[in-house]
Design a protein around this ligand. Structure first.
Ligand SMILES: [Zn+2]
Length: 56
């Protein structure tokens, strides 16, 4: 039986967030006022939030 360390995977993998609509939230880089910043965007409803955790 193969054992997979859940802790090791969680530490290295990118966190995943879900939009209330059921879509997947992805980080996206956007240029605004000469600065590169990241926004979280839902791929399904195109909703954007400043942080992935704001989708909850
Ligand atoms: Zn959505």
């Amino acid at each position: 039986m193969a054992q997979i360390s859940k802790n090791a995977r969680a530490a290295s993998a990118t966190q995943r967030f879900e939009c209330p609509c059921g879509g997947e939230v992805k980080m996206k880089s956007v240029f605004a006022k000469g600065k590169l910043r990241y926004v979280a965007e839902c791929g399904t409803c195109n909703r954007q939030e400043r942080r992935p955790s704001d989708f909850r």
